[in-house]
Ligand binder design. Sequence first.
Ligand code: FES
Length: 136
Amino acid sequence: MGGTNPYINYPHLEKPTQTFKVRFLPMDKVVEVNPEKLPYAETGLPGSLLDIALAHDIAIDHACGGVSACSTCHVFVKKGVKSCNEAEDFELDMLESAPGNTVESRLSCQCVPNGREDLVVEVPGWNRNLARETEP
Ligand code: FES
């Protein structure tokens, strides 16, 4: 499964026009995002934090396939959230049921940076896919 939820009207998303970096914590992995390569795949909104993470072997759970129907892709955007699309009501509703919800919480499949800032994103322990992290 992947792509977008047909029952949700997606807001206009501003695509990045310049290269930017995302530092994923706690693994402290910095990835450089070239806008010409986006989207990397079809999981989550095009160019979403989930799309970026999965393309760089950062395993974030995404039980619904990135269509905003679960909260397993929950992350904390510690820096650079102003360069991302605003969370829509359906995302906020989903986050309300997510463990550890804070003002920094976003669904990584719905959070799309515009590239004007570098970001720092923390993946909570309960959403890290440990099975994939142990692969060689
Ligand atoms: S993967 Fe299900 S809401 Fe993001």
